[in-house]
Design a protein around this ligand. Structure first.
Ligand SMILES: Nc1ncnc2c1ncn2[C@@H]1O[C@H](COP(=O)(O)OP(=O)(O)OP(=O)(O)O)[C@@H](O)[C@H]1O
Ligand SMILES: [Mg+2]
Length: 335
């Protein structure tokens, strides 16, 4: 894959849209960039097509319910990077934009999923070489003893180089109440690399909004290096139902009409209960429904079953949930 970013047009090394090579005698002169007249036509569409980024954007639209503002921001970022590439293609300077981000929101609102897509998009636009996502929390960055933290953080940074480093619950890096805490050392190391190697690594800090705001207040250096703050809202009941349908489709299951009604009720109730975590709670509920369906099919003796039965989740597969059976209960994830 092509790593040099200057002077490539539309992602094709040596593609035909590349301005002509300078003649040898011109090349010997100081300016290596040939003069490109201002009225040189540029083809943004072609650059867009060549990057194959549309594929990822379509997938983002198709596979992720809601998240309109997030999707818009991602498209804007893609546009910026594309225009930068086309600019470079006609010899214009294209400053490497800083793309470190913070993703704030409650559990299960899609932060990790979007980070994975983001890595893919940045890769297609050749902002990063590899486009992989390395997910870590404090424990993988911060050591227990003096001298352990910097090497630990550096090792993770090395792993993430060429891709995206996703730091979940990033605020745990900062523990002011503990004076012998090494978190600040990890932050220092991160800051350096975020500044010096930002053309080959994107850092995404994720976590709850209020705690993240506090973290940025205490770490202005970190705040100033984050160019994009994206807030992931809680999903509405309707969006959660749409998400459940996507998840079911993915695994070739379907709701019976009664099951769909029951699951709507389930969602409304589950949203009120403790430890509700948006799309993650939906995924967990469907897992348990699958389990109950399997047991129901077995308990029925398995006679006269069809493929349809294997695919269908019935209302009773949800009704047995603790969300319905113990309406005052207090279980970990609603059962
Ligand atoms: N908008 C969405 N459309 C479809 N599925 C979604 C959406 N958002 C999240 N999911 C699914 O919900 C699950 C949880 O999402 P994800 O792990 O991205 O959330 P998160 O914000 O990182 O949560 P946490 O804070 O708990 O780590 C995943 O299985 C993901 O595929
Ligand atoms: Mg996550």
């Amino acid at each position: 894959m092509e790593t040099e970013r200057t002077y490539s047009f539309g992602g094709r090394p040596g593609g035909d849209a590349r301005p002509e090579e300078p003649a040898p005698e011109e090349q010997a002169q100081t300016d290596p960039v040939p003069h490109v007249p201002d009225d040189t036509p540029v083809d943004i569409e072609e650059a867009f097509r060549d990057s194959n980024v549309q594929e990822v954007l379509d997938k983002l639209d198709r596979e992720l319910v809601g998240l309109k503002p997030i999707k818009t921001r991602i498209k804007e970022t893609a546009a910026l990077l594309l225009v930068d590439r086309v600019r470079a293609g006609v010899g214009l300077p294209a400053a490497v934009p800083s793309l470190h981000m913070s993703f704030t929101g409650n559990p299960g609102t899609g932060k990790t999923t979007v980070a994975m897509r983001m890595a893919e998009i940045l890769h297609r636009l050749e902002y990063v070489r590899k486009g992989h996502l390395v997910t870590v929390t404090r424990d993988q960055l911060v050591g227990q003893y003096i001298g352990h933290t910097a090497p630990k953080t550096k090792e993770i940074l090395k792993k993430a180089m060429g891709g995206v480093l996703f730091i979940d619950e990033a605020y745990y890096l900062h523990r002011p109440e503990n004076e012998r805490d090494y978190g600040s050392e990890a932050i220092e190391t991160l800051l350096q690399v975020m500044e010096n190697q930002r053309d080959d690594l994107v850092v995404i800090l994720a976590g709850y909004k209020d705690r993240m705001d506090q973290f940025f207040q205490n770490n202005p250096g970190m705040h100033s290096r984050i160019a994009h703050h994206m807030d992931f809202p809680d999903y509405s009941a309707e969006e959660l139902l749409d998400i459940s349908k996507l998840m079911m489709e993915e695994q070739q299951y379907r709701f019976s009409p009664e099951a769909e009604e029951t699951f709507k009720e389930y969602i409304e109730l589950r949203m009120q209960r403790p430890n509700f975590s948006n799309a993650r709670s939906v995924r967990n509920a469907l897992e348990r429904a699958r389990l109950r369906q399997a047991n129901r099919l077995f308990a029925g003796g398995g006679k006269g079953l069809t493929k349809r039965d294997l695919m269908t989740i019935e209302a009773e597969d949800f009704r047995a949930s603790r969300v319905f059976t113990e309406l005052e209960g207090n279980s970990a994830d609603g059962g």
